[in-house]
Design a protein around this ligand. Structure first.
Ligand SMILES: Cc1cc2nc3c(=O)[nH]c(=O)nc-3n(C[C@H](O)[C@H](O)[C@H](O)COP(=O)(O)O)c2cc1C
Length: 185
């Protein structure tokens, strides 16, 4: 295969494949992404685990606590960025998204598939960000009340590959199908 960063379509397929591999492969860079939102302070970013990818629908899924700051921020402004850095391929991908928060009956099927040790993340008595006298141990929650799925609909993409002699950057916009364009790095 020729270098994927020399052909616009190959470049696009290259990083979508990395994203699709993220949820199932523990050691792949796309397993962990940074999620940036707008916040009262201006902007907030945090690491999240990529849980599911539907490439044809352009949707990436992240699991979170319904009471976390990011959920309130997304409900105020659904625009967000998911950021991937793959050091072995010197590849940065910025995914601009519109995010919706799914909870309650809508996420029951996802919740039932989560192993007990993962469900414990959603068992804390205090809401995420609440002051505590000391760190609390994880404990199993009674149910999925605090569990939410963030559905991130990708609307545009900015990808940058840093080669030794070539820096390749391209942007894609969703125009009833991806419309790509090389841009200056
Ligand atoms: C390696 C790693 C993975 C994480 N994965 C998630 C995740 O999938 N979902 C999540 O809500 N928080 C995850 N967190 C915690 C967030 O980074 C963040 O601290 C927490 O969600 C509170 O963020 P907020 O107050 O901005 O909402 C992860 C943290 C680390 C270090």
């Amino acid at each position: 295969m020729s270098d994927p960063w020399t052909d616009l379509d190959a470049f696009h397929r290259w990083f979508w494949q990395k994203l699709e591999d993220g949820p199932s492969a523990r050691d792949t860079p796309a397993r962990l992404l940074a999620l940036a939102t707008t916040s009262a302070e201006g902007a907030a970013a945090r690491m999240v685990v990529l849980r599911a990818v539907d490439a044809p629908a352009r949707v990436l899924e992240v699991h979170t606590d319904l009471r976390s700051a990011k959920v309130a921020e997304i409900r105020t402004d659904p625009r967000a960025t998911l950021l991937l850095w793959d050091p072995s391929d010197q590849l940065q991908v910025r995914l601009s998204c519109q995010v919706t928060v799914a909870a309650g009956a809508e996420v029951t099927r996802v919740w039932t598939r989560l192993p007990p040790q993962v469900r414990r993340v959603y068992g804390g008595a205090a809401a995420s960000g609440t002051p505590l006298p000391a760190p609390e141990r994880l404990r199993p929650p009674a149910g999925p009340d605090r569990f939410a799925v963030l559905r991130c609909q990708v609307t545009s993409i900015d990808a940058l590959h840093l080669g030794r002699d070539l820096h390749a950057r391209a942007r894609w916009r969703d125009r009833d199908g991806w419309e790509g364009q090389w841009i200056a790095p």
